[in-house]
Ligand binder design. Structure first.
Ligand code: PLP
Length: 447
């Protein structure tokens, strides 16, 4: 029996995978990835793949960074664990909070640590409700989100998210979370221009606030661009109108930057890219480049001052909030991003090259639209380009294309018939050319 067969049998017998139909693993078995270096991963059979997804949008500095391994190892020897509860903490968590505050938008100078993006959004829910309690507006409890948003997999995270499949399986959302339309022009824009549609999608927020009563609405939560929903980039009119509405009704903005944070847009945070002044920012993933799990919430002074000075004990936290080993990984990860000027390089050089290269795929007969910003991209696979008409969903064109990518040595993810890409920030121009070449071969095979 080969090692792979043994592993796959053990996997099938003992392992339920996240977001996976276990039955679908039956014939082929699970792909088992064994090692990685730079932007490449290798499976146990030695097949080399260009990782066009940076793991799960997280390995920003690429694989195989010895300095992160060293930082983690040193921290493990010195202090592998201590908590940051009950008037206590440790140097890595303090240094990391200060470092992130320095990188964050100017009005945000405080951090709460979590273990993941989902926990960050649970924290947001608790924090905004507590904030409004302390401000003497205890009815401001409802959080408005959007259909097809992704905010995590915990009960609060999945409720804040707008994935109908997740809601159906968990009897979600929990009360006082509502969802409005998403700004997905390609799928839902009809005959409107992107600009007119963006305005319309934003105005759905005002309609919902008026329906609920502004005194009952605590916050609006959104990804700057939707990632897991299919790299949906709002039209240019969307965010300015959302800002106007939030200011008018004094409603907090929770910006979920779990994907977009730490350089993906060519800025440290997408808040800068979209000129937003959020009250809370969710972070995770690129914070440690996925080397060790960690998340957090960056908090605007307006909220932090109230929580710090008026809350008494904030009755919320996780055993691993600010975990010293994760904090050491995050500090070295941020150090690499700074030393190698990855944010500047992505913004000035790599992202423009990537976006231009992606456009080569737009001419393909199977491709309805190619879109992107920074180092993320999406390719819409369609039956009819002019009508923006998709193939019937039972065909599974996206799945074919994903499998064809693998056959050609490229990891791209499919969300329905939308192919999505989010490579490590360290990808070179030559590797971008390789990615496009492999994607083109996969599109030809799928067509
Ligand atoms: N928020 C966004 C925007 C995400 O994309 C994700 C994960 O993909 C999460 C939250 C949840 O993060 P985690 O899986 O670390 O809990």
């Amino acid at each position: 029996m080969t090692d792979l067969t043994r592993l796959q049998q053990a996997d099938k017998a003992h392992f339920i995978h996240p977001f996976t139909d276990s039955k679908s693993l039956g014939e082929k078995g699970t792909r088992v990835i064994e090692r990685a270096e730079g932007v490449y991963i290798w499976d146990v059979q030695g097949k080399k793949l260009l990782d066009g997804m940076a793991g799960l949008w997280c390995v920003n500095v690429g694989y195989g960074r010895q300095s992160i391994v060293d930082a983690v190892s040193k921290q493990m020897q010195q202090l592998p664990y201590y908590n940051s509860f009950f008037q206590c903490t440790h140097p890595p968590a303090i240094e990391l909070a200060k470092t992130i505050a320095e990188l964050a938008p100017k009005h945000m100078n405080t951090v709460f640590f979590t273990g993941s993006g989902s926990e960050s959004n649970d924290t947001n829910l608790r924090m905004v409700r507590r904030y409004w309690d302390l401000k003497g507006q205890p009815n401001k409890k409802t959080i408005i989100s959007r259909h097809n948003a992704y905010h995590g997999s915990t009960v609060a995270g999945a409720s804040l998210g707008g994935m109908s499949g997740m809601h159906e399986q968990g009897d979600l959302p929990i009360p006082k979370i509502v969802h409005i339309a998403q700004p997905y022009w390609y799928q839902e824009g009809g005959d409107l221009t992107p600009e007119a549609f963006g305005l319309q999608a934003a105005q759905a927020l005002e309609t919902e606030i008026l329906a609920l009563g502004e005194d009952n609405v605590a916050a609006f939560i959104a990804e700057p661009f939707q990632g897991a929903g299919g790299v949906i980039i709002p039209p240019s009119t969307y965010w300015p109108e959302i800002k106007r509405i939030l200011a008018k009704y004094d409603i907090l903005l929770i910006l979920d930057e779990v994907i977009s944070g730490f350089g993906r847009t060519g800025h440290w945070f997408a808040a800068e890219y979209f000129d937003l002044q959020p009250d809370l920012i969710s972070i995770a993933k690129g914070m440690t480049s996925g080397y060790v799990p960690m998340g957090g919430v960056i908090i605007a002074d307006r909220v932090a001052d109230v929580i710090k000075q008026q809350c008494g004990e904030f009755t919320h936290g996780y055993t691993y909030s600010g975990h010293p080993v994760a904090a050491a990984a995050a500090l070295e990860n941020i150090n690499i991003i700074k030393q190698e000027k990855l944010v500047e390089k992505v913004g000035a050089e790599i992202a423009p090259y990537f976006q231009q290269a992606l456009q080569q795929l737009a001419e393909h007969p199977l491709v309805g639209e190619v879109r992107g910003l920074g180092l993320v991209g999406a390719i819409e696979l369609v039956q009819n380009k002019a009508k923006r008409q998709r193939y019937p969903s039972n065909i599974g064109v996206g799945t074919w294309c994903r499998d064809a990518c693998i056959a050609h040595g490229l990891v791209m993810r499919s969300v329905g018939d939308t192919m999505i890409i989010s490579p490590p920030l360290v990808i070179t121009k030559a590797q971008i050319d390789e990615l496009i070449e492999k994607a083109l071969l996969a599109l030809n095979d799928t067509y």
